[in-house]
Write a new protein. Structure first.
Length: 278
């Protein structure tokens, strides 16, 4: 019985000793890995500063893989995505940013990650004649930032970017509407111009859209509908050239009245000025 007790005690001491040694080895190994990841990170950062974002991206990804559970891993992953973004490799940047959100949920840099995703789509936006997909992806992401991170600089810039996007989307609707007018596809044109006044009412294209609706409805014999849009145009944009054009739809002989304001007596002002020095 004593032998068994002695044997058990001995085995426990051996296992405890082994456990202690394993912990020490683990700490040393982790310290070495931390040193390696910091070295790789600094090397990548230096490459980025020296204008080589492609090499920097590779080194940042290498640094992330060295010790995935360390605090350096998410930093490295984000910097890799940013490096891809800098060299206009938006697909690679988006892939790494989406992976970041899945791998490092609730990270302190989450707002910036969403902003960089939005910017990847924003940077690929072209004119109103091209693919609209990046426009809508960017719009949705900027709206997401404004709602979920309202008190950040990213939200502030997102509001500005949304204004630009809405202008482009409105111009696309106008482009298609004008195209349908040329083809005589009146209903399709009406729908496009209605999209402008309903969805993009803060853009510069609303005045023309209202005028086009006046023109088309009048042409189709829908005079009451035409007058409705003309009144809306006149109420909101009385001094607009588009209101003048809409007025001419109903009155071909209409000419804009120019008020004759009395000319200011500039000589009188000059005399008053001279009196100050007499």
């Amino acid at each position: 019985m004593k032998k068994n007790f002695f044997l058990i005690t001995f085995l426990l001491l051996v296992f405890l000793g082994c456990g202690q040694n394993e912990k020490e080895i683990s700490v040393i190994k982790e310290s070495q890995q931390n040193l390696e990841i910091v070295t790789a990170y600094n090397e990548a950062y230096k490459a980025l500063e020296e204008g080589d974002p492609y090499f920097a991206a590779k080194k940042f990804l290498e640094a992330e893989l060295l010790l995935p559970q360390s605090e350096w891993a998410p930093k490295s992953a984000l910097m890799a995505a940013y490096s891809f973004y800098l060299q206009n490799y938006y697909a690679e940047a988006l892939s790494n940013l989406e992976r970041f959100l899945k791998t490092y949920p609730n990270n302190k840099d989450e707002a910036y990650v969403h902003y960089l995703i939005a910017m990847c789509y924003y940077e690929t936006i072209e004119d109103e004649k091209r693919d609209s997909a990046p426009l809508f992806f960017a719009k949705n992401k900027f709206n997401f930032i404004i709602i979920n991170f309202p008190n950040t600089d990213f939200a502030l810039d997102s509001k500005f970017k949304l204004g630009v996007i809405e202008d482009i989307l409105a111009s696309k609707e106008m482009y298609l509407g004008r195209h349908y007018i040329k083809k005589g596809k009146w209903i399709a044109a009406i729908n496009r111009f209605k999209n402008v006044i309903n969805d993009y009412d803060r853009t510069i294209f609303v005045e023309e859209a209202l005028h086009r609706l006046v023109e088309i409805n009048y042409k189709l014999g829908l005079k009451e509908e035409s007058q409705k849009y003309a009144k809306t145009l006149g109420y909101n944009y009385l001094s607009s050239e588009w209101y003048e054009k809409s007025y001419k739809v109903f009155n071909k002989n209409y000419s804009k009245q120019v008020k004759n304001y009395p000319q200011k007596d500039k000589k009188g002002v000059l005399r008053m000025f001279k009196k100050l020095f007499e």
